[in-house]
Design a protein around this ligand. Structure first.
Ligand code: NAD
Length: 265
């Protein structure tokens, strides 16, 4: 493999890939020749269009798993099924994530539990299921979609910030455990990427801060980002593809920011 990844004969499983960043990453891997497992929720016809679109655009096989990332048994079964179906899970991207915006004293307990389960614990359970095969084959790539919020906080996002700081720590621990097995573990930490996750938090942020939609975009979201531009899903996917190349084989345990300078401040 060169510094451009060739992933033919490899399988990539991307959690939370029915939309946004995850779908762009899955398509990025398929473009490099990988068979892919996509996962997440959404309208069945849209999910099928995304799955079939990957197969027809890139000539690979794409399978959809409806595993719920709050359910450890479903996560383990998804990995097992992918290994049986395609022979291996060589690349695991823990990307599923949700957000809830509210002050701590009003933050519903079940939202806290759900965010910790989807944004943090699911990565632990997916790694637990995928690592034995990667170690046996002496090759693997684990990429966790963290966030600028793995390095800095914003008010009203307590569960999200806690989960993302957690995944940065989990990434480092797994990287050390797997360093001698040719399995790298890294996280990508985007700033604001224009996806349904960002769009859907605008109304709550308007409410929590008493702002208009335009004020939320300019004064809250892009205020943090010195470039004053949203990151694109394809830029995140390009970094994920690079992390699977030989050129990236000594990058492990890293938290790679892609945030227009946000966390440099
Ligand atoms: P998105 O809403 O477009 O995608 C989230 C994906 O997770 C969807 O496929 C959704 O169906 C899936 N999902 C949600 N709950 C699930 C569950 N219980 N089980 C399985 N799948 C589930 O959002 P996105 O912006 O593409 O977010 C993807 C990741 O990127 C998240 O981890 C998010 O925290 C992170 N991130 C996003 C931004 C941003 O600005 N958009 C910035 C930094 C990090």
């Amino acid at each position: 493999m060169s510094s451009t990844a060739s992933l033919s004969a490899k399988t990539a499983l991307v959690t939370g890939s029915t939309s946004g960043i995850g779908l762009a990453i899955a398509r990025g891997f398929a473009r490099e020749g990988a068979n892919v497992v996509i996962n997440g929720f959404g309208k069945p016809e849209e999910i099928e269009a995304a799955r079939a679109g990957i197969e027809s655009a890139f000539g690979v096989r794409a399978h959809y798993s409806d595993a719920d990332m709050t359910k450890p048994d479903q996560i383990a079964a998804m990995v097992r099924d992918a290994e049986e179906r395609f022979g291996s899970v060589d690349v695991l991207v823990n990307n599923a994530g949700i957000q809830h915006v509210s002050a701590i004293e009003e933050f519903p307990g079940e939202k806290w539990e759900q965010i910790i389960a989807i944004n943090l614990s699911s990565a632990f359970y997916a790694m637990q299921a995928a690592i034995p095969g990667m170690k046996r084959r002496e090759w693997g790539r684990i990429i966790n979609t963290a966030s600028a919020h793995s390095l800095v906080a914003s008010p009203y996002k307590s569960a999200y910030v806690a989960a993302k700081h957690g995944i940065a720590g989990l990434t480092k621990t797994a990287a050390l455990e797997l360093a001698a097995h040719k399995v790298t573990v890294n996280c990508i930490s985007p700033g604001y990427v224009w996806t349904p996750l960002v769009e859907s938090q605008i109304p709550d942020t308007m409410k929590a801060r008493g702002l208009t939609k335009e004020q939320v975009i300019d004064d809250v979201l892009l205020k943090a980002q010195p470039t004053k531009e949203f990151v694109t899903v394809d830029q995140v996917a390009a970094l994920a593809v690079f992390l699977c190349s030989d050129g990236a084989s000594q990058i492990t345990g890293a938290n790679l920011t892609m945030d227009g300078g946000w966390t440099a401040q």
